[in-house]
Design a protein around this ligand. Sequence first.
Ligand code: ZN
Length: 392
Amino acid sequence: MPATDAQIEQLLSDLVRIESVTPWLIPDGAGEGAVQQFIADWMSDLPGVEIWFEEVAPGRPNLFAKLPGVGGGPTLLINSHADTVGYGNWRERALVPERRGDTLVGLGVADDKSSCAIGMLALRSLVERGVTLKGDLIVATTVDEEGSSIGTFHMLERHKPDAILVLEPERLDDIVVEHQGFGWIDVVVHGRAAHGSDPDKGIDAIVHMAEVITRLKKLDDTGFGRGADGGSMSGRTVFHTGTIRGGTDYATYPNSCVLGIEIGTQPGEHLSDRVHEIEAIFAEVKAIYPDFSGEVNVQIDREPFMPKGYDALFDAIVASAEPVLGHKPVAAGLNAWGDSGLCSEAGIPTLCYGVDGGNFHAPDEWVSMPEMVAAVEIVEHTIERFCGVAEG
Ligand SMILES: [Zn+2]
């Protein structure tokens, strides 16, 4: 029995009501423990399904539900994340799911509880229909995707499925086959502190940083040399400043300025490419100010998503989606980063797929309910096609 709109609304609403903010972002966030327990309990009546937790951090377990196959087919792992970002901007409404026409609104309703629900409902439907798979199916809900991804790192150290389908809200028309990587980088400019009336001694780190920022923005305007559309499926290269601090007081030349930036890398690039560009900027500024001194400190480095060997999974999604959507989904890229990047880095054939939604990480996050109904059916049939169905 395909899941109905009403069943999906019920399950998604239950998931939204359980706060699962990652404490990595918001220190008093509840974490994923309660929502993972709810998901485990919801699946616990399914005969033949093995359910277990793998603790990643205290009170923050990854959850696995395995429907063992009879052999002769590949193992598919379906991955979604159980955590959300914070909700300080809509505190009174975020955890109160609200139906608005064809959408459901609530914190994490799309990113990524829609995906948790799809995996849960597809698994339930397979079991209730009595489908016997050849390969194993593992439905995993992981922790901390919105933080530092410790859940998916932990999972990849312990599990090597033949393929991973990462469910994240996109559009059912798009199968994500690549996305950008990113870095969080501190750009540090050194100056020299001196009395404010002693320009011969002082070196103004903030003025020097201004030259760096102007040049970074110029590179951004050209998509870091790739044109405004990025010249790739994954769109324009991500760049923005995030934080800046420098100086000590009004009366003193600032001896240091630190700029925190987020910067993307296109498939085929590495963060070292961006670092070299920043170092080239340093050389330009030094030509103007010989006493310029700067350095680049990489805080986080995540490779782009460039999966290989995903053809069988891609074909299974297309064949399952076409009768439901009335047309074939197409290969697409993304300018954002997701845990899918870690899966492809681990050498596992991986694709990223999911339902339409919006206002991610913002008030009134929504998900398309018609896409949810379609997605459960598509994912269920994708599992059958990929893992194989045993006769009789
Ligand atoms: Zn997400």
